[in-house]
Design a protein around this ligand. Structure first.
Ligand SMILES: Cc1ncc(COP(=O)(O)O)c(C=O)c1O
Length: 436
Protein backbone atom coordinates (compact mmCIF):
# COMPACT_ATOMS: atom_id res chain seq x y z
CA UNK A 1 0.00 0.00 0.00
CA UNK A 2 1.28 3.50 -0.88
CA UNK A 3 2.17 5.34 2.34
CA UNK A 4 0.09 8.45 3.00
CA UNK A 5 1.54 11.88 2.45
CA UNK A 6 1.32 13.25 6.01
CA UNK A 7 1.27 16.89 4.97
CA UNK A 8 -2.39 17.21 3.94
CA UNK A 9 -3.82 16.54 7.39
CA UNK A 10 -3.42 19.43 9.87
CA UNK A 11 -3.33 17.72 13.25
CA UNK A 12 -5.09 19.31 16.25
CA UNK A 13 -3.14 20.41 19.36
CA UNK A 14 -0.03 18.75 17.93
CA UNK A 15 3.42 19.81 16.84
CA UNK A 16 2.76 18.84 13.22
CA UNK A 17 6.39 19.30 12.25
CA UNK A 18 7.70 17.05 14.98
CA UNK A 19 5.02 14.38 14.55
CA UNK A 20 5.41 14.15 10.80
CA UNK A 21 9.17 13.70 11.14
CA UNK A 22 8.61 10.69 13.41
CA UNK A 23 4.94 9.63 13.41
CA UNK A 24 3.20 7.56 16.06
CA UNK A 25 0.51 5.75 14.13
CA UNK A 26 -2.31 3.69 15.64
CA UNK A 27 -4.07 1.01 13.61
CA UNK A 28 -6.53 -0.67 15.99
CA UNK A 29 -7.68 -0.93 19.59
CA UNK A 30 -9.14 -3.53 21.91
CA UNK A 31 -9.83 -3.39 25.66
CA UNK A 32 -6.92 -1.66 27.41
CA UNK A 33 -4.62 -1.65 24.38
CA UNK A 34 -3.93 0.16 21.16
CA UNK A 35 -1.98 -1.50 18.37
CA UNK A 36 0.74 0.59 16.73
CA UNK A 37 1.44 0.47 13.00
CA UNK A 38 4.61 -1.51 13.72
CA UNK A 39 2.52 -4.17 15.47
CA UNK A 40 3.19 -3.33 19.12
CA UNK A 41 0.59 -3.36 21.92
CA UNK A 42 0.34 0.06 23.57
CA UNK A 43 -1.25 0.22 27.04
CA UNK A 44 -3.81 3.03 27.01
CA UNK A 45 -2.95 5.13 30.06
CA UNK A 46 -5.27 7.94 29.01
CA UNK A 47 -8.52 6.36 27.74
CA UNK A 48 -7.64 7.99 24.42
CA UNK A 49 -8.25 11.59 25.44
CA UNK A 50 -10.01 10.89 28.76
CA UNK A 51 -12.97 9.42 26.89
CA UNK A 52 -12.86 5.66 26.25
CA UNK A 53 -14.07 4.86 29.75
CA UNK A 54 -15.56 1.46 28.83
CA UNK A 55 -12.34 0.30 27.15
CA UNK A 56 -11.85 -0.09 23.42
CA UNK A 57 -14.24 -1.99 21.16
CA UNK A 58 -16.65 -2.90 23.95
CA UNK A 59 -18.88 -5.49 22.20
CA UNK A 60 -22.11 -3.98 23.52
CA UNK A 61 -21.28 -0.50 22.19
CA UNK A 62 -19.96 -1.80 18.87
CA UNK A 63 -23.14 -3.84 18.38
CA UNK A 64 -25.45 -0.94 19.32
CA UNK A 65 -23.76 1.49 16.92
CA UNK A 66 -23.70 -1.08 14.11
CA UNK A 67 -27.42 -1.73 14.55
CA UNK A 68 -28.18 1.98 14.76
CA UNK A 69 -26.43 2.83 11.50
CA UNK A 70 -28.41 0.14 9.69
CA UNK A 71 -31.73 1.24 11.26
CA UNK A 72 -31.69 5.03 11.35
CA UNK A 73 -28.54 6.62 10.00
CA UNK A 74 -29.63 10.20 10.65
CA UNK A 75 -32.70 12.06 11.87
CA UNK A 76 -33.05 15.85 11.98
CA UNK A 77 -33.31 17.16 15.51
CA UNK A 78 -35.15 20.38 14.66
CA UNK A 79 -38.92 19.77 14.66
CA UNK A 80 -38.51 15.96 14.48
CA UNK A 81 -37.55 13.39 17.08
CA UNK A 82 -36.37 9.83 17.50
CA UNK A 83 -36.65 7.59 20.55
CA UNK A 84 -32.93 7.41 21.26
CA UNK A 85 -32.58 11.06 22.28
CA UNK A 86 -35.59 10.90 24.60
CA UNK A 87 -34.63 7.54 26.10
CA UNK A 88 -31.09 8.77 26.75
CA UNK A 89 -32.43 11.88 28.48
CA UNK A 90 -34.77 9.74 30.63
CA UNK A 91 -31.89 7.48 31.64
CA UNK A 92 -29.52 10.38 32.42
CA UNK A 93 -32.18 12.14 34.49
CA UNK A 94 -32.13 9.17 36.87
CA UNK A 95 -28.34 9.21 37.11
CA UNK A 96 -27.56 12.94 37.39
CA UNK A 97 -28.17 14.99 40.57
CA UNK A 98 -31.72 15.25 41.83
CA UNK A 99 -32.80 18.55 40.29
CA UNK A 100 -30.95 18.06 37.00
CA UNK A 101 -33.42 16.41 34.65
CA UNK A 102 -33.13 18.16 31.28
CA UNK A 103 -30.52 17.49 28.61
CA UNK A 104 -29.45 19.42 25.54
CA UNK A 105 -27.15 17.50 23.19
CA UNK A 106 -24.09 18.71 21.31
CA UNK A 107 -21.23 17.04 19.44
CA UNK A 108 -18.34 17.83 21.77
CA UNK A 109 -17.31 19.26 25.09
CA UNK A 110 -16.48 22.60 23.50
CA UNK A 111 -19.97 22.89 22.09
CA UNK A 112 -21.43 21.79 25.42
CA UNK A 113 -19.59 24.63 27.16
CA UNK A 114 -20.61 27.30 24.65
CA UNK A 115 -24.20 25.99 24.77
CA UNK A 116 -24.19 26.10 28.58
CA UNK A 117 -22.96 29.71 28.61
CA UNK A 118 -25.68 30.70 26.12
CA UNK A 119 -28.34 28.86 28.15
CA UNK A 120 -27.22 30.73 31.28
CA UNK A 121 -27.57 34.08 29.51
CA UNK A 122 -30.92 33.17 27.94
CA UNK A 123 -32.26 31.92 31.30
CA UNK A 124 -31.53 35.16 33.15
CA UNK A 125 -32.99 37.23 30.32
CA UNK A 126 -36.09 35.05 30.26
CA UNK A 127 -36.48 35.52 34.03
CA UNK A 128 -36.39 39.28 33.57
CA UNK A 129 -32.78 39.67 34.72
CA UNK A 130 -31.41 40.82 31.39
CA UNK A 131 -28.50 42.70 32.99
CA UNK A 132 -26.98 39.45 34.20
CA UNK A 133 -24.59 38.92 31.30
CA UNK A 134 -21.14 38.62 32.82
CA UNK A 135 -19.43 35.20 32.82
CA UNK A 136 -16.81 34.16 35.35
CA UNK A 137 -14.17 31.53 34.73
CA UNK A 138 -10.93 30.67 36.45
CA UNK A 139 -7.23 30.95 35.68
CA UNK A 140 -5.85 27.68 34.28
CA UNK A 141 -9.38 26.52 33.41
CA UNK A 142 -9.92 24.53 30.21
CA UNK A 143 -13.37 24.67 28.70
CA UNK A 144 -12.70 23.58 25.14
CA UNK A 145 -11.86 25.69 22.14
CA UNK A 146 -14.99 27.61 21.15
CA UNK A 147 -14.85 31.38 21.61
CA UNK A 148 -17.02 31.10 24.74
CA UNK A 149 -14.87 28.35 26.16
CA UNK A 150 -11.54 30.09 25.56
CA UNK A 151 -12.96 33.34 26.93
CA UNK A 152 -13.90 31.80 30.29
CA UNK A 153 -10.89 29.48 30.10
CA UNK A 154 -7.58 30.39 31.64
CA UNK A 155 -4.82 28.77 29.58
CA UNK A 156 -2.71 31.50 28.05
CA UNK A 157 -1.69 29.72 24.83
CA UNK A 158 -5.31 28.85 24.10
CA UNK A 159 -6.26 32.54 24.39
CA UNK A 160 -3.36 34.73 23.29
CA UNK A 161 -3.50 34.04 19.54
CA UNK A 162 -7.21 34.59 19.07
CA UNK A 163 -8.02 38.26 19.49
CA UNK A 164 -10.05 40.02 22.12
CA UNK A 165 -12.44 37.13 22.93
CA UNK A 166 -15.82 37.65 24.65
CA UNK A 167 -16.53 40.89 26.46
CA UNK A 168 -17.67 40.87 30.05
CA UNK A 169 -15.66 37.92 31.30
CA UNK A 170 -13.61 37.81 34.48
CA UNK A 171 -11.56 35.13 36.20
CA UNK A 172 -11.00 33.82 39.69
CA UNK A 173 -7.52 32.72 40.67
CA UNK A 174 -6.52 29.08 40.13
CA UNK A 175 -6.11 26.74 43.08
CA UNK A 176 -2.70 25.24 42.31
CA UNK A 177 -0.49 25.54 45.39
CA UNK A 178 2.17 22.80 45.33
CA UNK A 179 4.07 24.33 48.23
CA UNK A 180 1.16 23.81 50.63
CA UNK A 181 -0.54 20.90 48.85
CA UNK A 182 2.35 18.86 47.40
CA UNK A 183 1.92 15.10 46.82
CA UNK A 184 -1.82 15.09 47.43
CA UNK A 185 -4.46 12.38 47.39
CA UNK A 186 -8.05 13.40 46.72
CA UNK A 187 -9.16 16.94 47.54
CA UNK A 188 -6.24 19.13 48.56
CA UNK A 189 -5.97 20.48 52.07
CA UNK A 190 -5.40 24.19 51.44
CA UNK A 191 -7.07 26.79 49.26
CA UNK A 192 -10.75 26.86 50.21
CA UNK A 193 -10.40 30.61 50.79
CA UNK A 194 -9.80 31.09 47.04
CA UNK A 195 -13.55 30.62 46.53
CA UNK A 196 -13.87 34.09 48.08
CA UNK A 197 -12.52 35.44 44.78
CA UNK A 198 -16.08 35.08 43.56
CA UNK A 199 -17.29 37.39 46.35
CA UNK A 200 -14.60 39.87 45.33
CA UNK A 201 -15.80 39.80 41.73
CA UNK A 202 -19.36 40.34 42.96
CA UNK A 203 -18.11 43.34 44.94
CA UNK A 204 -16.32 44.62 41.84
CA UNK A 205 -19.02 44.08 39.21
CA UNK A 206 -22.22 43.72 41.28
CA UNK A 207 -24.27 40.51 41.27
CA UNK A 208 -26.86 42.13 39.01
CA UNK A 209 -24.33 41.87 36.14
CA UNK A 210 -23.15 38.29 36.69
CA UNK A 211 -24.89 35.37 34.96
CA UNK A 212 -22.75 32.36 35.74
CA UNK A 213 -19.48 30.96 37.00
CA UNK A 214 -17.91 27.94 35.34
CA UNK A 215 -15.28 25.65 36.83
CA UNK A 216 -13.94 22.16 36.27
CA UNK A 217 -14.56 20.35 39.58
CA UNK A 218 -11.21 18.63 38.94
CA UNK A 219 -9.17 20.69 36.49
CA UNK A 220 -7.72 18.24 33.96
CA UNK A 221 -6.06 19.82 30.97
CA UNK A 222 -4.05 22.27 33.04
CA UNK A 223 -2.34 19.33 34.69
CA UNK A 224 -4.74 17.61 37.13
CA UNK A 225 -5.76 19.93 39.97
CA UNK A 226 -8.19 18.40 42.47
CA UNK A 227 -10.16 21.10 44.30
CA UNK A 228 -9.35 22.28 47.82
CA UNK A 229 -11.56 20.81 50.54
CA UNK A 230 -14.76 22.85 50.90
CA UNK A 231 -14.01 25.03 47.85
CA UNK A 232 -16.83 23.82 45.59
CA UNK A 233 -19.37 23.97 48.43
CA UNK A 234 -18.34 27.57 49.11
CA UNK A 235 -18.76 28.47 45.43
CA UNK A 236 -22.27 26.98 45.64
CA UNK A 237 -23.11 29.15 48.66
CA UNK A 238 -21.86 32.33 47.01
CA UNK A 239 -23.79 31.55 43.81
CA UNK A 240 -26.96 30.94 45.84
CA UNK A 241 -26.55 34.21 47.69
CA UNK A 242 -26.31 36.20 44.44
CA UNK A 243 -28.51 34.28 41.97
CA UNK A 244 -25.47 33.29 39.91
CA UNK A 245 -25.64 29.98 38.02
CA UNK A 246 -22.94 27.49 38.96
CA UNK A 247 -21.72 25.46 35.99
CA UNK A 248 -19.58 22.38 36.53
CA UNK A 249 -17.66 21.50 33.40
CA UNK A 250 -17.63 17.73 33.80
CA UNK A 251 -16.37 16.84 30.35
CA UNK A 252 -13.65 14.69 31.92
CA UNK A 253 -15.17 13.89 35.32
CA UNK A 254 -18.66 12.63 34.40
CA UNK A 255 -19.23 8.95 33.64
CA UNK A 256 -17.13 7.23 36.24
CA UNK A 257 -13.75 8.97 36.26
CA UNK A 258 -14.06 9.51 40.04
CA UNK A 259 -15.88 6.21 40.64
CA UNK A 260 -19.38 7.65 40.38
CA UNK A 261 -21.59 9.22 37.76
CA UNK A 262 -20.56 12.85 38.27
CA UNK A 263 -18.13 14.94 40.25
CA UNK A 264 -21.22 16.70 41.61
CA UNK A 265 -22.13 13.41 43.29
CA UNK A 266 -18.53 12.76 44.38
CA UNK A 267 -18.15 16.17 46.02
CA UNK A 268 -21.81 16.33 47.09
CA UNK A 269 -22.38 19.73 45.49
CA UNK A 270 -25.23 20.21 43.03
CA UNK A 271 -24.47 22.78 40.34
CA UNK A 272 -27.19 24.41 38.20
CA UNK A 273 -25.67 23.12 34.97
CA UNK A 274 -23.32 20.26 34.12
CA UNK A 275 -21.50 20.05 30.81
CA UNK A 276 -20.39 16.61 29.70
CA UNK A 277 -19.03 14.73 26.66
CA UNK A 278 -16.26 12.10 26.26
CA UNK A 279 -17.42 9.24 28.54
CA UNK A 280 -21.03 9.91 27.53
CA UNK A 281 -20.43 7.63 24.52
CA UNK A 282 -17.15 6.17 25.77
CA UNK A 283 -15.59 8.19 22.96
CA UNK A 284 -17.06 5.93 20.27
CA UNK A 285 -19.24 8.57 18.58
CA UNK A 286 -18.68 12.31 19.17
CA UNK A 287 -21.30 13.66 21.58
CA UNK A 288 -21.61 16.24 24.33
CA UNK A 289 -24.41 17.36 26.57
CA UNK A 290 -25.64 20.21 28.74
CA UNK A 291 -27.58 19.01 31.76
CA UNK A 292 -29.71 21.67 33.46
CA UNK A 293 -31.75 22.01 36.60
CA UNK A 294 -35.54 21.93 36.31
CA UNK A 295 -35.80 25.61 37.25
CA UNK A 296 -33.79 26.61 34.17
CA UNK A 297 -35.74 24.48 31.71
CA UNK A 298 -39.08 25.42 33.27
CA UNK A 299 -38.31 29.14 33.24
CA UNK A 300 -37.53 28.89 29.53
CA UNK A 301 -40.67 26.86 28.82
CA UNK A 302 -42.94 29.17 30.83
CA UNK A 303 -41.58 32.57 29.87
CA UNK A 304 -40.04 32.33 26.41
CA UNK A 305 -41.25 35.14 24.18
CA UNK A 306 -41.22 33.01 21.00
CA UNK A 307 -42.52 29.54 20.10
CA UNK A 308 -38.93 28.26 19.91
CA UNK A 309 -37.73 28.65 23.49
CA UNK A 310 -33.99 28.49 22.73
CA UNK A 311 -32.56 29.69 19.43
CA UNK A 312 -29.68 27.26 19.50
CA UNK A 313 -28.91 23.76 18.23
CA UNK A 314 -26.71 21.65 16.00
CA UNK A 315 -27.41 19.58 12.89
CA UNK A 316 -26.12 16.59 14.83
CA UNK A 317 -27.71 17.29 18.25
CA UNK A 318 -28.94 13.90 19.48
CA UNK A 319 -27.56 12.05 16.44
CA UNK A 320 -28.96 8.48 16.38
CA UNK A 321 -25.51 6.86 16.33
CA UNK A 322 -24.41 8.99 19.27
CA UNK A 323 -27.51 8.23 21.33
CA UNK A 324 -27.11 4.51 20.57
CA UNK A 325 -23.47 4.65 21.67
CA UNK A 326 -24.43 6.56 24.83
CA UNK A 327 -27.23 4.16 25.79
CA UNK A 328 -24.95 1.16 25.25
CA UNK A 329 -22.17 2.86 27.23
CA UNK A 330 -24.53 3.37 30.17
CA UNK A 331 -25.44 -0.33 29.96
CA UNK A 332 -21.80 -1.35 29.77
CA UNK A 333 -20.84 0.84 32.74
CA UNK A 334 -23.64 -0.66 34.85
CA UNK A 335 -23.49 -4.30 33.75
CA UNK A 336 -19.70 -4.57 34.01
CA UNK A 337 -19.54 -2.59 37.28
CA UNK A 338 -17.04 -0.13 35.82
CA UNK A 339 -17.69 2.75 38.20
CA UNK A 340 -17.34 0.28 41.09
CA UNK A 341 -14.04 -0.92 39.60
CA UNK A 342 -12.81 2.67 39.38
CA UNK A 343 -13.83 3.24 42.98
CA UNK A 344 -12.21 0.02 44.23
CA UNK A 345 -8.98 0.73 42.36
CA UNK A 346 -8.61 4.36 43.33
CA UNK A 347 -6.44 3.44 46.35
CA UNK A 348 -4.07 1.00 44.59
CA UNK A 349 -3.98 3.55 41.75
CA UNK A 350 -2.96 6.34 44.12
CA UNK A 351 -0.43 4.09 45.89
CA UNK A 352 1.21 3.12 42.60
CA UNK A 353 1.30 6.72 41.37
CA UNK A 354 2.71 8.09 44.63
CA UNK A 355 5.41 5.40 44.59
CA UNK A 356 7.06 7.60 41.92
CA UNK A 357 7.88 10.21 44.56
CA UNK A 358 11.67 10.52 44.49
CA UNK A 359 12.00 9.32 40.88
CA UNK A 360 14.18 11.58 38.73
CA UNK A 361 12.53 14.89 37.67
CA UNK A 362 9.31 14.35 39.70
CA UNK A 363 8.32 17.47 41.69
CA UNK A 364 4.69 16.69 42.56
CA UNK A 365 2.09 13.93 42.26
CA UNK A 366 -1.68 14.48 42.50
CA UNK A 367 -4.29 11.72 42.41
CA UNK A 368 -8.06 11.49 42.63
CA UNK A 369 -10.39 8.73 41.42
CA UNK A 370 -8.70 7.13 38.40
CA UNK A 371 -6.72 10.25 37.57
CA UNK A 372 -3.09 11.03 38.26
CA UNK A 373 -0.95 14.04 37.46
CA UNK A 374 2.82 13.70 37.75
CA UNK A 375 4.56 17.04 37.55
CA UNK A 376 8.15 17.22 36.34
CA UNK A 377 10.78 19.86 36.81
CA UNK A 378 10.92 21.88 33.59
CA UNK A 379 14.12 22.13 31.60
CA UNK A 380 15.54 25.63 31.89
CA UNK A 381 14.05 27.79 29.13
CA UNK A 382 12.07 24.89 27.63
CA UNK A 383 8.82 24.36 29.49
CA UNK A 384 7.02 21.20 28.41
CA UNK A 385 10.01 19.73 26.55
CA UNK A 386 10.89 17.13 29.16
CA UNK A 387 7.34 15.77 29.52
CA UNK A 388 7.03 15.67 25.72
CA UNK A 389 10.18 13.53 25.51
CA UNK A 390 8.75 11.26 28.22
CA UNK A 391 5.57 10.85 26.19
CA UNK A 392 7.57 9.85 23.11
CA UNK A 393 9.78 7.43 25.03
CA UNK A 394 6.73 5.86 26.73
CA UNK A 395 5.20 5.23 23.31
CA UNK A 396 8.38 3.37 22.32
CA UNK A 397 8.02 1.30 25.51
CA UNK A 398 4.34 0.48 24.87
CA UNK A 399 2.50 3.09 26.96
CA UNK A 400 0.27 5.98 25.91
CA UNK A 401 0.73 9.02 28.14
CA UNK A 402 -0.86 12.46 27.87
CA UNK A 403 1.25 15.53 28.50
CA UNK A 404 0.18 19.03 29.34
CA UNK A 405 3.06 21.40 29.97
CA UNK A 406 5.43 19.43 32.18
CA UNK A 407 2.67 17.32 33.72
CA UNK A 408 2.09 13.69 32.75
CA UNK A 409 -1.66 13.09 33.04
CA UNK A 410 -3.04 9.58 33.41
CA UNK A 411 -6.72 8.65 33.11
CA UNK A 412 -7.04 5.04 31.93
CA UNK A 413 -10.19 3.22 30.83
CA UNK A 414 -12.22 2.22 33.89
CA UNK A 415 -11.66 -1.48 33.10
CA UNK A 416 -7.99 -1.32 34.11
CA UNK A 417 -6.71 -3.92 36.61
CA UNK A 418 -3.96 -3.87 39.23
CA UNK A 419 -1.37 -5.54 36.99
CA UNK A 420 -1.93 -2.92 34.30
CA UNK A 421 -1.68 -0.16 36.90
CA UNK A 422 1.70 -1.57 37.95
CA UNK A 423 2.81 -1.82 34.32
CA UNK A 424 1.73 1.77 33.65
CA UNK A 425 3.66 3.36 36.50
CA UNK A 426 6.68 1.01 36.21
CA UNK A 427 7.08 1.96 32.54
CA UNK A 428 6.74 5.64 33.42
CA UNK A 429 9.36 5.38 36.17
CA UNK A 430 11.82 3.55 33.95
CA UNK A 431 11.41 6.13 31.19
CA UNK A 432 11.84 9.02 33.64
CA UNK A 433 15.16 7.55 34.72
CA UNK A 434 16.47 7.59 31.15
CA UNK A 435 15.29 11.05 30.09
CA UNK A 436 17.70 13.98 30.55
C1 LIG B 1 -13.15 20.28 31.06
C2 LIG B 1 -13.22 20.24 29.58
N1 LIG B 1 -14.12 20.98 28.94
C3 LIG B 1 -14.25 20.97 27.61
C4 LIG B 1 -13.43 20.18 26.84
C5 LIG B 1 -13.56 20.20 25.34
O1 LIG B 1 -14.09 19.02 24.86
P1 LIG B 1 -13.94 18.68 23.30
O2 LIG B 1 -12.50 18.42 23.02
O3 LIG B 1 -14.82 17.46 23.15
O4 LIG B 1 -14.50 19.84 22.55
C6 LIG B 1 -12.48 19.37 27.46
C7 LIG B 1 -11.58 18.49 26.67
O5 LIG B 1 -10.65 17.91 27.15
C8 LIG B 1 -12.36 19.40 28.86
O6 LIG B 1 -11.43 18.69 29.50
Amino acid sequence: MRPNNLENYWMPFTSNRDFKADPRMIVSADGMYYKSSDGRDILDGTAGLWCVNAGHAHPKIVEAVSTAVRTLDYAPGFNFGHDGAFELSNRLAHMFPENINHFFFTNSGSEAVDSALKIALAYHRCKGNGTKTRLIGRERGYHGVGFGGISVGGLVKNRMYFGSLLNGVDHMRHTHDPVRNGFSRGEVEYGCELAEDLERLVALHDASTIAAVIVEPVAGSTGVLPPPKGYLKRLREICDAHDILLIFDEVITAFGRLGCMTAAEYFDVEPDIITCAKGLTSGVVPMGGVAVQDKIYQTMMDNADAPIELFHGYTYSGHPLATAAALASLDAYAEDGMFENARALSKPWADAAHALKGVKHVTDIRTIGLVAGIELESRPGAPGARAYDVMKACWEKGLMVRVTGDVLAFSPPLIINELEIEQLFATTASVLNTIP
